[in-house]
Design a protein around this ligand. Structure first.
Ligand SMILES: *Cc1c(COP(=O)(O)O)cnc(C)c1O
Length: 564
């Protein structure tokens, strides 16, 4: 098996021994079906609907169409539609069984580092389903959705309070989308600065040559530490910035000197993840913010990991200019399966005017959604200090106001915890990660030494050196033990990384069981029980898949002849 420099396998493991060709369990595994049916106890084998259904039959009785001339003309279908005919119970069972194969936070511990897979309290779900929130339509007259607008405004108030920031843009629909929002605000702020100073030759708004000059004069480089989340450099590159990588120190964090050395006239911003993806607090953060501001640049902080510092440190006090908050991590709400998320962005006073529309203002006794820049300075989100929120917006990021269902869940989570409860959630998240660290530190290896972490604990693969077991093998063996693996091979700065984030919602009992399983696996690996790992997972419905091929050349359509 060849490995890249992070210690990640670049080719699938060779098929091991006896799996018969065409066996569904194949793909490197060695387990032939042990039953006549292919089912394993009550875990049923799941064929595709096309394999169960019959293309020539129909699952429902439809009346014969009247004998009339077709009126579709050239639009009439020339070939059969090709959908399988199934009965209602067959269809029902297919989807229910698929849903049962989905590992979920409601089913077990989900230690996926950087993802904050915490319990979603049922109260949130109940609130999100109230018809006044669930059934509103974004195009409804605003006077009929005053409660929903008030909820968004109140949530924005909690977010600015928790972070100590001046304003908030609620519409971004994911963490990475929030990064885009914050970086577009930064870009707009640089252009506005040039416009004010006249560097770009006058009124850029009215003069396309001058606008082009401003764009040409604006700084074009974004500094991104190598321990940043991968979405950070991707976001900067997406809107046309050059990315300059800042190396981390031997302790896994960024030194202000390294940032100072990288700053030049072309520096537009830094994007720093804090706590970083190694689970460590960036202790030079205040000095880094100062160095960036002294250079006339802005400080974007990736705040997806707010779960570690909520109620303990305010990004506003750390000198942050823009930061997204993943509501679908810190404030519960189901995620991880590609479902809806929400990534509101809090902004400093310097960036607030460039926030996107729409935003909500208190207006008389009610609430109003401002959809267009008025040119006049609007005072928005109902806080004590009036903000010139979106007075000069960079534009619009989404069609409407954002993810209502996520907003309801997040506010429900906040209000049921209260300020002290949110602070305790952070403390418990950090405590739990350190409990896992303490339970494993004599058997596992920590790349930056044995010292406290924040909300997640990072191990590397050096404890597996010489065992013939890789990070991937170890993760697959965890599946056999009934655990979703931790985040693997991320962050990239660490060889064979294993990033564990238990979150605050796991009990001591659950953590003890998890630690005991991981300890037993580590001992087995060191004792030479290699087969337990290289042939894992033995008990999953599918074995090792060729993930690279699945990603690079996915077969997304069923084809009759290719199926046999
Ligand atoms: C999850 C995460 C993101 C991206 O959030 P999405 O909602 O998945 O786009 C960005 N940065 C960090 C540190 C994260 O953990």
């Amino acid at each position: 098996m060849s490995m890249n420099k992070q210690g990640r396998p670049t080719t699938p493991a060779p098929a091991r021994s006896s799996g018969t060709a065409g066996d569904r369990n194949n793909g490197g595994g060695d387990v032939a079906p042990e039953t006549f049916s292919g089912n394993r106890g009550l875990s049923l084998e799941e064929p595709l609907l096309f394999e169960v259904g019959n293309l020539n039959s129909c699952g429902v009785d439809l009346p014969q169409p009247l004998d009339c001339a077709p009126r579709l003309g050239t639009l009439a279908r020339e070939t059969p539609i090709g959908l399988p005919g199934l009965s209602e119970p067959e269809t029902m069972r297919h989807y229910v069984r698929l849903s049962q194969k989905n590992y979920s936070i409601d089913g077990g511990l989900y230690p996926l580092g950087s993802c904050t897979m915490k319990h979603n309290p049922r109260l949130n779900e109940k609130m999100a389903r109230l018809p006044g929130f669930a059934d509103v339509h974004p195009l409804q007259p605003q006077k009929t959705v005053q409660g929903a607008l008030e909820l968004i405004e109140t949530l924005g108030g909690w977010l600015t309070e928790i972070t100590g920031m001046a304003a908030v843009a609620m519409s971004p629909k994911a963490g990475a989308h929030g990064e885009l929002c914050g970086m577009m605000a930064i870009k707009a702020a640089h252009l506005a600065k040039l416009k004010r100073s006249g560097t770009a030759g006058g009124a850029i708004a009215n003069n396309s040559a001058a606008a082009a000059a401003a764009v040409a004069a604006a700084p074009k480089t974004v500094l991104v530490p190598e321990s940043a989340h991968g979405t950070n450099p991707a976001t900067a590159a997406l809107i046309g910035y050059k990315v300059k990588t800042i190396p981390a120190d031997a302790d896994g964090t960024v030194r202000v000197d390294a940032v100072r050395a990288a700053i030049d006239d072309d520096t537009a911003a830094i994007m720093l993840t804090n706590p970083n993806t190694c689970g460590l607090f960036e202790r030079d953060i205040v000095e880094i913010a100062k160095a960036i501001h002294d250079a006339g640049a802005y400080f974007y902080c990736d705040g997806a990991n707010l779960n570690a510092i909520m109620g303990k440190a305010k990004p506003g006090d750390l000198g942050v200019d823009a930061m997204h908050i993943n509501l679908h991590k810190t404030f519960s709400t189901p995620h991880g399966g590609g479902g809806p998320g929400a990534g509101p962005v809090v902004l400093s006073e310097a960036l607030a005017p460039y926030a996107p529309v729409p935003f909500i203002v208190r207006d008389g006794g009610g609430f109003r959604l401002v959809e267009e820049a008025s040119g006049a300075h609007e005072y928005g989100t109902g806080h004590d200090t009036p903000q010139q929120n979106a007075a000069d917006p960079f534009g619009r990021l989404t069609a409407f106001h954002g993810q209502m269902g996520m907003f309801v869940r997040a506010l429900s989570y906040m209000m049921s915890h209260g300020g002290d409860g949110l602070q305790q959630a952070s403390e418990d998240a950090v405590l739990n990660a350190n409990y896992v660290r303490a339970g494993l530190r004599d058997l596992f290896s920590q790349p930056f030494g044995d010292k406290p972490c924040m909300h997640e604990v990072l191990f590397d693969d050096s404890f597996l050196a010489g065992t013939g077991v890789t990070t991937l093998d170890f993760a697959k063996a965890m599946i056999d033990e009934g655990y979703h693996p931790m985040t693997m091979y991320f962050p990239l700065v660490v060889h064979g990384a294993m990033l564990v984030e238990p979150t605050e919602s796991e009990s001591k009992h659950a953590l003890d069981e998890f630690i005991a399983s991981l300890r037993a696996l580590a001992i087995a690996a060191k004792a030479g029980d290699v087969d337990r790992f290289t042939s894992a997972p033995k008990f999953a419905p599918r074995k090792r898949l060729d993930e690279t091929r699945a990603a690079r050349s996915p077969r997304l359509r069923w084809q009759e002849d290719a199926s046999s």
